[in-house]
Ligand binder design. Structure first.
Ligand SMILES: [Zn+2]
Length: 61
């Protein structure tokens, strides 16, 4: 599963890919602000979805 980092303000996808990026890298990529809504990015993204498929199957049963 790819790493996915979303903006805490508007839900814009800031990064999505199989290469794991550090919060600092994502922060620097956008100069510390979301390109869509302008919200200041947190150095520690609140929403990072790394969900192995087997875990989601288990929880639905
Ligand atoms: Zn945003």
């Amino acid at each position: 599963m790819p790493q996915k980092v979303l903006c805490d303000g508007c839900g814009e996808t800031l990064y999505e890919g199989y290469e794991i990026k550090s919060p600092e890298e994502i922060y620097e990529t956008y100069n510390g602000r979301c390109p869509k809504c302008g919200k200041k990015l947190l150095l520690i993204p609140k929403r990072v979805e790394i969900l192995p498929a087997r875990d989601s199957l288990r929880s639905s049963q």
